[in-house]
Design a protein around this ligand. Structure first.
Ligand code: SF4
Length: 447
């Protein structure tokens, strides 16, 4: 059981020395009880107390890492049920299957298709993180061959997951991929001992699979007794509704009750279906607590909703995604090129940037620092006003970029044009309200 703040306090030095960054030992104890501080932050805690406090300091959901170097991924270590309570830490690992029934050219083409599932959105890289090799053939040799092909032909950032019911097949595949530190499994009550032995010998995390929460809790205790602490949970044979219900229940028990046997990340295998079904299923699991989601489609269009949902769910609600405030040249603008401004909210900037690019009119975009908020939000919050725009123009030397002294402003803030003209001495031209109208505006109005 987790210790309460007061129980933790009794074990601390009680000198209130503040070395931990907290004003008192009691404040530190309260932070520790809520998993918001690390025990290491107190340099004076005794060894005896350390042992007793280790349980309280451990994260309620373990961090599990697999893969190595550029291919390493991590799952778990979440501390809240809902994003708005704080934030989620480790984005769902999205994996794609490679069946060991494939061989030769077909196998290579499948791996190559997965390699290509990397994208860029609002200036950030998003993509698939892992390949799950599945032992559909039932043959240990075929499984090992497919695993070796994945290891040799996959490109970063793809970690490897080996999924088989057979300890022999897993042992054969690990022999070919062990240095890649794959996630291996799946251990069931019948194979727990043999699978745990392979995981322990190869220092790989182990997938524990059962058809109910109770059976999973028993299984993880059994595997732990074999000396394996790094585990990922998998619920077998459930439809989507039950899967979502049980994933929520596992997280609730791990976080609210600090129930250690379920304090591990989870993995969900999306059942066979067309790409649309895979997308719907996968997106639901990303939104509701699955740490690793394995799909079997390689259609690029199917991944964009899943990756976008992941990006949204795992972004920090306190920190909007921002671009660097500065002047961005689009194309090769000269001193006659249009100069317009927008805010440093990523979504706003990249929407404007793509529309300016589409216009084929070389231009400058001045990005004003509005702490990552959009045009209307920043204007209503007074983060976008004539002073912030004028300051940005001075800071980024707008007068050296163009000779026409005309500034295009977003149509939504037309109301600031008078004050901005006074503050800058430049002619203010009110641009379109919608970014999609920028190409027409630049081609017809500006020219
Ligand atoms: Fe107390 Fe340790 Fe923090 Fe000092 S560093 S205030 S002893 S908890």
């Amino acid at each position: 059981m987790a210790l309460t703040g007061l129980e933790i306090f009794k074990l601390l030095p009680k000198t209130n020395c503040k070395k931990c960054g907290m004003p008192t030992c009691l404040a530190f104890a309260m932070q520790l009880a809520q998993k918001r501080a690390k025990l290491d932050d107190c340099p004076d805690v005794s060894e005896e107390a350390k042992q007793k406090l280790a349980a309280a300091a451990a994260p309620p959901i373990c961090l599990v890492q697999f893969g190595t170097g550029d291919n390493q991924v991590q799952a778990g270590q979440e501390t809240v049920m809902f994003r708005h309570e704080e934030k989620f830490y480790n984005p769902t690992v999205l994996a794609v299957t490679v069946s060991d029934k494939l061989a030769g050219q077909e196998l290579k083409e499948r791996i190559e298709a997965i390699n290509k599932l990397q994208f860029e959105r609002i200036g950030l890289h998003i993509g698939v993180n892992a390949i799950a090799v599945t032992n559909d053939s039932g043959s240990a040799d075929a499984f090992a061959t497919a695993a070796a092909a994945v290891k040799d032909n996959s490109k970063p950032p793809l970690a490897i997951i080996l999924v088989s019911d057979s300890p022999d097949a897993v042992a054969a595949a690990v022999a070919k991929t062990g240095e890649s530190c794959p996630l291996i499994g799946k251990a069931t009550p019948d194979t727990a001992q043999a699978m745990a032995k392979i995981a322990k010998e190869n220092k790989c995390p182990l997938l524990a699979a059962a058809d109910s929460i109770d059976a999973l809790a028993e299984l993880t205790e059994k595997i732990k007794a074999e000396g394996v602490e790094n585990m990922v949970l998998s619920l077998e044979g459930l439809n989507l509704r039950d899967q979502l219900y049980h994933l929520s229940k596992i997280r609730t028990l791990a976080l609210k009750k600090t129930f250690r046997p379920l304090g591990y990340p989870t993995m969900s295998l999306v059942p066979d279906g067309d790409a649309d079904q895979q997308t719907a299923y996968g997106t639901s699991l990303i939104c509701k607590h699955s740490s690793i989601v394995v799909v079997n489609t390689v259609e690029p269009y199917a991944f964009l909703p899943m990756l976008t949902a992941r990006m949204n769910v795992f972004s920090d609600p306190q920190k909007p995604i921002q671009v660097e405030p500065k002047v961005y040249p689009i194309g090769e603008p000269d001193a006659n090129a249009p100069l317009m401004f927008t805010t440093n909210f990523s979504l706003t900037y990249y929407t404007v940037e793509s529309d300016v690019e589409a216009s084929r009119v070389p231009s400058y975009i001045l990005v004003v620092d509005t702490e990552g908020t959009s045009v209307l939000t920043s204007y209503s919050g007074d983060k976008l006003n004539e002073k912030t725009v004028a300051d940005a123009m001075t800071k980024f030397e707008a007068e050296n970029l163009v000779k026409h002294r005309k500034l295009i402003i977003p149509g939504y803030v037309a109301v600031m044009s008078g004050k901005l003209e006074e503050a800058t001495g430049w002619e203010i031209i009110v641009g379109p309200r919608e970014s999609s109208m920028i190409p027409k505006f630049l081609q017809e109005v500006w020219k």
